[in-house]
Design a protein around this ligand. Structure first.
Ligand SMILES: [Zn+2]
Length: 288
């Protein structure tokens, strides 16, 4: 299939998913069902008609406001649809139509929703993290099945790790996702416990711990850890810049910057550049 055709299919698919993500971003932090009722204007409760549900186009056709009551529609609706469409194009570019296109499309979509919900409400809905964990485990099982039926080329990341038993020559196989969930969850849980002891306040929320587990479920462990380093680096830079800007403007500032959006950004960086960063680093450490 020529790339422009793959890109077009991926983009349309992404904008439709993005449209659904907008529903999740609005409803999940408000504890509303994401299935019922059908899409409606949050201001006048008017049910959206078919032509008002077309990703990207409806927003432009409606002139950024509700057709009935005229309430403005947030730029986020357009932004999330466009972002998800572009993300899916990048996925098909990097991974082709391999298994990882589909699992990263699902997991990455949950990440996009988590990003916007955490930014606004400072929470990451459990549904998103649980969905991410399920997708990660499902990837490994589907990968095993594809390899079993003779299609190893359809899988980018290997699903099984061989874990050595310390002090022996024995080893046992384990699903990559399970190892990632346990290790990443444990690291963030430890940070939360020690952070609370050190600072006498919540340093890491439960949502961040579950998000770490979900990232661990979907990325090989080295890439998952790399994504956390990217998140911390990004958090430091943005935190300091924010502080300087607020100080320069002589404004009071909230010292709390949610960490979830940093973790999401770290995961996206690693989904596309992680393997390159690691091989560049290894090449640097061990020059030929
Ligand atoms: Zn309305």
């Amino acid at each position: 299939m020529p790339f422009y055709l793959s890109a077009a299919i991926a983009f349309i698919y992404g904008t439709v998913v993005g449209s659904f993500l907008n529903v999740c971003i609005w409803r999940m932090p408000r504890d509303q069902s994401i299935i019922r009722p059908p899409s409606h204007c949050p201001n006048c409760d008017g049910k959206l008609r078919a032509w008002e549900l077309i990703p990207l186009f409806s927003y432009l056709l409606l002139g950024r406001k509700c057709a009935r009551c005229g309430a403005p529609i947030s730029w986020r609706y357009f932004g999330v649809e466009l972002l998800t469409g572009l993300f899916y194009i990048a996925l098909v570019y990097y991974y082709g139509w391999r298994l990882e296109f589909f699992t990263f499309a699902l997991f990455g979509s949950a990440l996009i929703a988590a990003f916007f919900v955490d930014l606004e409400h400072w929470i990451i809905p459990d549904q998103l993290n649980i969905f991410g964990i399920v997708v990660g485990v499902a990837h490994d099982l589907a990968a095993l099945a594809l390899i079993e039926v003779g299609h190893p080329e359809a899988v980018f990341f290997k699903p099984v790790l061989t874990i050595p038993v310390p002090f022996t020559t024995a080893s046992f196989p384990m699903l990559q996702s399970i190892v990632g969930i346990v290790i990443c969850g444990a690291i963030f849980y430890a940070i939360a416990v020690f952070g609370e002891l050190a600072f006498k306040k919540e340093a890491m929320g439960g949502g961040d711990i579950k998000l770490a587990a979900a990232i661990g479920a979907n990325l090989p462990i080295s890439l998952a850890l790399l994504s956390f380093f990217v998140a911390v680096a990004l958090g430091s830079v943005i935190g300091i810049a924010w502080m300087l800007v607020m100080r320069a403007m002589r404004r009071e500032f909230k010292s709390y910057v949610p960490f979830g959006p940093m973790m999401v950004t770290g995961a996206f960086v690693v989904i596309f550049l992680g393997s390159r960063i690691i091989s560049a680093y290894m090449g640097y450490m061990m020059p030929r």
